[in-house]
Design a protein around this ligand. Sequence first.
Ligand code: GLA
Length: 724
Amino acid sequence: MAIYFDEASKLFYLEGKGYSYVFGVNEVGFLEHYYFGRRIGRDDVRYARAFSGRYADAAVPGYTDDIHQCYNHYGAELSCYGVGDNHECSLQIRHPDGSRLSEFFYESYEILGEKPKIAGMPSMTGGETLVVTVKEKYTDIRVRLYYTAYDDASVLARHAEIENGTKGDIDLLRAYSFTVNFPHHDYETMTLEGAWARERHPERRPLHHGTVAIDTKMGASGTLNPFMALLDKNTTEDAGEIFGFNLVYSSSFVLKAQTDNMGKVRVMGGINDFDFSWRLASGECFATPEVVLAYSGEGIGGMSRAYHDAYREHLINPRFVHAKRPVVINNWEATYFDFNNERLMAIMDVVSGSGIDTFVLDDGWFGTRNDDHQALGDWYVNEEKLKGGLKTIIGHCHSLGMKFGLWFEPEMISPNSDLYRAHPDWAIAVPGRESALGRFQMVLDITRPEVRDYVVNAVCSMIRDNEIDYIKWDFNRLLTENWSAALPAEREQEMHHRYALGLYDLCERIIEGNPTVFFEGCAGGGGRFDPALLHYFPQYWTSDDTDAYMRTQVQYGTSIVYPPSTISCHTSICPNHQTGRTTPFATRADIAHFGPTGYELDTTKMTEEEKDAVRGQVDAFREMEDLVVSGDLYRFEDPHTSNYFAVAHVAKDKSRAVITAFRALVRANDENKRIYPRGLDADTVYYVREMDAKLSGATLMQVGIPLPNDPVDFKTFVFHLSKV
Ligand code: GLA
């Protein structure tokens, strides 16, 4: 049983794989947090509460004579503003009289065998769920705190629901998903910072008194990932404690770690409350997005595998999560906007029979889309370019035994488009002000049902009228104007959250409505790579940077939270279009086998040697595909800090592994480099194909594997291990 309530002490024990999370109802009826970390017994942990340094702090109203009762000293499960808690709060409500304070006290709890869905938002499934209801002291406002623990995963899913049982409207000025407290601040934070073409680079920095925070304000989770971890200063990839916080959310978010003047730390976050408010009418309920907390006592790698397992088993679209993946040839870097039927067919013909099984037609097939200045929203075929419509190209593709994929950017509209000329008000813009364009385009106001209906119909009718097997769903600019023509003035600050809800509705109707079509997500590379979208998209385009060296860094960073099965990787042409760098063809493919793989180049320009190599590369990926999609990932050389990159994709039963190592630059008279794999079974004897040797897991991990000293920059070394 994952959830236990001790009636006598009024303590809740949440016990997922390897951790305990303990909180309870304290003397005043407030929900106080006591512990989160490695699994402990069901002891009464309140002995460790500290009650010092109270002097100037305000007492809980009604408890003036009890020095112990003070909101500022509690570790709050739900922290509120206005009555003595000086920390960042997780909920701030404006009442009809303009006051903004609240006090919530325990009312009841319930344990549910199955986790309920969150209305309008993707969330984790399965798991035993605790719902604790607290009621506001003076009003009929209730908050339900949801906690879901899993026997098979070291994660805890949380969210809150706020219900307005009063007779009037209230405004939520802040409605975070969670608060968690830590008794000391001997920690660092880890976040995944990034920009276009260099997404998700791990960044560690010490906590300081005050607040360490990350946020986005532009209506998307963005290149700054909705993830923060607290980790011990000595935590490494393999050892030490780390606590992860990952929001299942795709719009403007915030995550904060606040160290107070007593050295305690509070971590919290959710919807960014900057430029946010939500009018909650009488009888209405507001659900926050979910946060997934992870605990690992086995270093950063342990946390990564906790997230990977949890997301694969409880979040990602179950139709495809463990499925064999398409190996694609995509025409974007091959042609950009300059193509016709003949050029596309020639690209396919070269790789027909190579094992590449899906052709993806990228941007430029619709309206007058001959460059990026126009036609987004006009989702009908550009017959100037593609004579005979899509039928010709799809027919050719299918005749070669390949599947057909198509690019869409459903949420966008170009000012120069038929759609804009027909519905200028559908684009997000404030009348009377010139709009900010990003990549020459605007964003559709998908908070409006009629706009969503148009998008659903446009995409679904293309699928219905053509034999489309795969869709790449792109999102190439962030939101600017936080305003909707459809909202009354007092609700305008709801816009960015409503955008997320509109996006999830589109995903439900388009993706769930076409269950046999494989959807890959994309956002100007990997600019909106978050757990909420992974619920719908089993894989996501990781970065527009396809340079093999840069990809070692992006893929390494992305895998800190997200499973390799979601990390879409392509082999592209050299000199690389983003960096100008030339790397060996074999290296590009080996690095692109980190996740679901494909090619993104003009196959007609490949050398004969490269054409011959493709077949073997696809076979190599297929051989390791089950490890990539369903196995465990172990990282043991970090390309952000080392000249090397090394990972192992290991079967769950540890009977097989593929180790991929990479050296960036050759150095004259270099050290004799060994890599030390992780994740093997110490007692299993493995046959290492490339070494023609039989060695135990213990030996391989302790003695290491020497890398040959080939004097070639950007070289990969792959080792296949199988149990003897
Ligand atoms: C984005 C994507 C690319 C490509 C282009 C097309 O940048 O990340 O892969 O689809 O858009 O415009």
